[in-house]
Write a protein that binds this ligand. Structure first.
Ligand code: MG
Length: 164
């Protein structure tokens, strides 16, 4: 088993869609970024890549790459899943905490988990997702931005093959 964690932060601004876990939520504010700025997917990608000891998303998907402008982070997550597979790892479990004071995420959690599970090629029960508020404190509480924290467990495919 390998373990990884990832953290990401994006600023909330007017005039951007709010995409979380591949779901567009109704909101006057959206996250700023080069891609769709899906902070949930970004934290999770960094956890997965770290567990596999692969380069992080800043190296894999740099802001300077014009082909990634407006990229769907769910697609990038699927690309990370392929990299894990090539490196000999499978996703055993993952869990993400979104830090956001608004909007309410609960009605969308199921769809977000389904999107993430599909991108990773695992069943939705392998994907944990919850949201917490910061009770009005700090940049999350002031709705200046959102953060996400992710943890994952990877299994080494080769080590699970029975010895002849
Ligand atoms: Mg990011």
């Amino acid at each position: 088993m390998r373990i990884g964690n990832g953290v990401d932060v994006h600023e909330l601004v007017f005039g951007r869609p709010l995409i979380l876990g591949g779901v567009r939520l109704p909101s006057d504010l959206g996250l700023a970024g080069h891609s769709d700025a899906d902070v949930v997917c970004h934290a999770l990608m960094d956890a997965l890549l770290s567990a596999a000891r692969l380069p992080d998303i800043g190296e894999l998907f740099p802001d300077s790459d014009p082909s990634l402008e407006g990229a769907r982070s769910l697609d990038l997550l699927a690309r990370v899943a392929r990299k894990l597979d090539e490196a000999g790892f499978r996703v055993v479990d993952c869990d993400v905490t979104l830090c956001a004071d608004a909007p309410k995420v609960a009605p969308y959690k199921r769809e977000m988990r389904g999107n993430i599970a599909r991108a990773l090629g695992v069943s939705p029960d392998r994907v944990g997702l919850k949201a917490t508020t910061f009770e009005g404190l700090g940049f999350v509480g002031a709705k200046e931005g959102m953060a996400a924290i992710a943890t994952c467990l990877l299994g080494e495919i080769a080590s699970e093959t029975p010895h002849a």
